[in-house]
Design a protein around this ligand. Structure first.
Ligand SMILES: *Cc1c(COP(=O)(O)O)cnc(C)c1O
Length: 434
């Protein structure tokens, strides 16, 4: 079985040096090798990206930006960061990139710091309809220090746009509240986003448009989902979801004035020293995403998600909005079985080696710790090499486990079949990441 090479090397070092840490690493490596990863926000980075994160660039302070650092000895760090910035700009077709945010939430916070004052109003999707916690959750900084107002998805089941963005509602909320910032881009939205429509509304109400493409960045980079450019004033993203890079954040813009504000907001506004080893890994991941093979990967991600969604629908599950245009789907379990909760399904499927997350569906009557839904995605399984046949097989396993309500012997039987499939598609084999 092919293991990821750097974890293998680290394990050898740790076995005598720190057996407790070695144990955790080894078990996690085994878990990833032998389970099916359906969490829509996860992926498996390439070996070069994985290696870059464990390099000597972590030893260096490089506060500031290329050519303007607060520490000596940064010339190779300047080169690494310039590589990452230039490749990010090329990949997304824009003029300015800040590659320093430690994560997607940090990128969003920096964008807020650059464009809003405390108490200012911004507008985003109702969080329980698929938004991210950094878009105005009460206990998050975005909801504590700013004034979020929300637009809902279409809630009328008889409407053809049911559970899709209601652009009329976006406009109504924006014209009433006159936000300074209008946000689009989500954590659990399976459909295409019309950035031009959002920009027209932003212009009408006098807001800047911010697109958080954390989930769909890889599809955007590959040209499979429309680009937020030239419509959005600010684009934020993670680098570790469909983009398949290291865990981190990224901010993009075409506006020079906004770019300056963003740079100041990231450092010194929000962060201290950048994670230069991660920035090197971002540069490598961006170069990978620029290759023609990545376009093919992104296409297969969508084909696989659609195959999984339609196979589940054929087993009686309701897919919100009737399907998916991207890498993820929301499965409303209550249509299959009114008593089935997302929380139970997540635990039962994990016992069978299928890793998912419970997720509220739009207007879910159950609370977030229970939910009536599962969010499933195809980025990680596609990296592994699964195609539509494997996705249909997964749908069948999901149905078996949930039909049996997590019965132990059924879970064990499915788990051993899952393990054999995983062994046929080893991570970090020559075909993964192609
Ligand atoms: C995942 C996600 C983020 C935040 O990413 P972290 O790296 O976990 O901070 C931000 N926005 C959206 C829409 C996301 O889905």
């Amino acid at each position: 079985m092919a293991h990821d090479p750097i974890s293998d090397a680290v394990l050898q070092l740790l076995k005598s040096h720190d057996p407790d840490a070695a144990w955790a690493l080894q078990r996690e490596q085994d878990r990833q090798d032998h389970t099916i990863e359906l969490i829509a926000s996860e992926n498996h980075v390439s070996a070069p990206v994985m290696h870059a994160m464990g390099t000597c660039l972590t030893n260096k302070y490089a506060e500031g930006y290329p050519g303007a650092r607060y520490y000596g000895g940064c010339k190779y760090h300047d080169q690494a960061e310039d590589l990452a910035r230039d490749r990010a700009k090329q990949l997304f077709g824009c003029r300015f990139a800040n590659v320093q945010p430690h994560s997607g939430a940090q990128a969003n916070a920096a964008a807020f710091l650059a464009t809003l004052a405390p108490g200012d109003t911004f507008c985003s999707l109702t969080l329980s309809d698929g938004g991210h916690l950094s878009h105005g959750l009460k206990v998050n900084m975005s909801g504590k220090w700013f004034n979020p107002v929300f637009y809902p998805l279409h809630a009328d089941p008889s409407h053809p746009e049911f559970e899709r963005i209601d652009y009329d509602a976006v406009r109504t909320v924006c014209m009433e509240h006159k936000p300074k910032l209008l946000m689009c881009g989500y954590s659990a939205y399976p459909r295409e986003i019309d950035f031009a429509k959002f920009r027209a509304i932003a212009d009408e109400c006098g807001a800047l448009l911010m697109a958080d493409i954390a989930h769909i960045a890889g599809l955007v980079a590959a040209g499979i989902h429309p680009s937020p450019f030239p419509h959005a004033h600010i684009v934020t993203t993670t680098t570790h979801k469909t983009l398949r890079g290291p865990r981190g954040g990224l901010i993009l813009t075409d506006d020079e004035d906004i770019a300056k504000k963003i740079d100041r907001a990231v450092f010194p506004g929000m962060q201290g020293g950048p994670l230069m080893h991660i920035i090197l890994a971002k540069a490598i991941a961006f170069a990978e995403a620029l290759k023609p093979e990545f376009k093919d990967y992104a296409k297969r991600v969508v084909t696989n998600a659609q195959a999984l969604a339609s196979a589940l629908a054929s087993h009686g599950y309701r897919i919100t909005s009737g399907g998916t245009d991207n890498h993820l789907m929301l499965v409303d379990l209550s249509a299959r079985d009114a008593d089935l909760t997302g929380a139970d399904a997540e635990v039962w499927l994990e016992a069978a080696g299928i890793i998912t997350n419970k997720n509220g569906v739009p207007n879910d009557p159950r609370p977030p710790r229970v939910t009536s839904g599962l969010r499933l995605g195809s980025p990680a399984t596609t990296t592994r090499g699964f195609a539509t046949d494997e996705m249909k097989q997964i749908a069948q396993w999901i149905e078996r486990v949930l039909e049996a309500k997590g019965d132990e012997s059924v879970c064990n039987a499915v788990q051993s079949e899952v393990q054999s499939l995983c062994e046929r598609f080893p991570l970090y084999s020559s075909t993964a990441h192609a």
